[in-house]
Write a protein of this length. Structure first.
Length: 417
């Protein structure tokens, strides 16, 4: 229906072309980092400013070629932030809209966002913090509820890839109830738990107009395109409640097993892929997909999962990956240009083990796969403020921006000279 992802496609808004009349962001030599990096810990050679604070639940964000930052607010609307003097702290704000949003992207002179059921766009004048008109509807009527955020990414060719998360935990006939079998076949898979591709330039599309690009992905809040290979990559939120608090299958899994299963997965997604939800989950100890208990699994049986597509990397259970970014800048040391940053929102269901995540990790990559162990890049978010990393964006100067949707802070992380 649409051309294959361009080999050198870029995430729209992450590294857009500099518009006529816009000027590049000031050099990082003007940035004045916070003495405590705004309450987070970073590797030696990096520091952070508090770019903005006390925002209303900031989720994903994108940075324009002139350094203006646009942020989706889960509490409602989009806020635009400008650092006029280049010191790493926003000194001008402009908010528009009252819809609950998790995603923003810049493409073709428009700012794209979503409200849980629709993908919208607003025309932006060059260098403007506010749109020049009202919202235009790109896609409407996507399924609501459940994993409701319609996160998306836009390729350079205008392909719009939308995450439509599942409405349930594991497609049981009665959701999250002990020892209830799964619906088989899972009818959710026809409209949810996958990726749909649309045309970012076309108005008034519905889900039926799009291509059902990939299926069997429970929820991929973190979704992006890697400019190195032009492929689509996502981070899947693994299922809950195998064991532990509110366990669905207490006879098969101990509480400790429930805390460690299943892994969060990094997926490279191509047209027609099926990654197995809800029939399968990935066990990091066994290093394989196994059949879910809702479909007759016992924690070891592979069954139909042997025919499903696999991951290219995995991470501890229930860390809740919310953003994925392939670094392409020149400010950070060269090794970072070979890998990905992932923002983990943190767990709610690792009892009786300690809750975990609440960090930004760096994952080295080689030839489109995770290569070696992940490294904690930014930590200390939870602390006394209980901050939760949510969104990631790269600035035109190569800085890394991180949002916290719990207390409303945004950090700008730079490499020290």
């Amino acid at each position: 229906m649409y051309p294959r992802i361009a080999r050198l496609a870029l995430v729209a808004g992450l590294l857009p072309t500099l518009a006529r009349g816009q000027t590049p962001q000031r050099p990082r030599s003007d940035v004045h980092c916070a003495p405590d990096n705004g309450g987070i810990t970073l590797p030696k050679g990096f520091c952070a400013t508090v770019f903005a604070d006390s925002l209303a639940r900031p989720r994903h964000l994108t940075v324009a070629p002139n350094g203006d930052v646009f942020v989706a607010l889960q509490s409602g609307g989009v806020i635009a932030l400008r650092d006029g003097n280049g010191d790493g702290v926003a000194d001008e704000r402009s908010k528009f809209g009252d819809f609950h949003a998790s995603e923003v992207a810049l493409f073709d002179g428009y700012l794209y966002t979503e409200n849980g059921s629709d993908i919208l766009r607003f025309r932006l004048a060059t260098g403007s913090l506010a749109p020049t008109g009202g919202a235009e509807e790109i896609v409407t009527g996507l399924p609501k509820g459940g994993h409701g955020a319609k996160t998306f990414t836009i390729a350079r060719d205008g392909s719009l890839y939308v995450n439509v998360g599942s409405g349930t935990n594991s497609c049981q006939s009665s959701d999250r109830r002990p020892e209830v079998a799964g619906v088989d076949p899972c009818t959710e898979l026809e409209t949810r738990a996958g990726i749909w591709r649309f045309d970012a330039r076309k108005l008034h599309q519905t889900q039926a107009d799009g291509q059902h690009f990939a299926r069997g992905i429970r929820n991929s809040v973190g979704i992006t395109i890697n400019s190195r290979d032009g492929e689509l990559y996502v981070m899947q939120h693994g299922r809950d409640q195998l064991g532990g608090g509110g366990a669905s299958w207490p006879k098969l899994y101990t509480d400790e097993q429930g805390a460690e299963l299943p892994a969060e997965e990094l997926l490279r997604v191509q047209s027609g892929n099926d990654f197995g939800w809800p029939y399968c989950y990935f066990d990091p100890q066994q290093k394989k997909k196994v059949l879910a208990p809702e479909y007759g699994g016992d924690g070891k049986q592979v069954g139909r999962c042997g025919a499903k597509n696999g991951n290219i990397g995995y991470f501890p259970a229930h860390w809740a990956p919310d953003a994925l970014l392939f670094y392409t800048g020149s400010q950070f040391p060269p090794r970072y240009r070979e890998g990905a940053f992932i923002a983990f929102h943190g767990s709610w269901n690792r009892a009786p083990l300690p809750q975990a995540g609440y960090n930004v990790v760096f994952q080295p990559m080689t030839n489109g796969r995770a290569s070696g162990a992940y490294e904690i890049f930014a930590d200390g978010f939870r602390g006394s403020a209980n901050r939760r990393p949510t969104g990631l964006a790269q600035g035109p100067d190569g800085a890394l921006y991180v949002t916290d949707d719990a207390t409303g802070r945004i950090w700008k992380i730079v490499a020290e000279r």
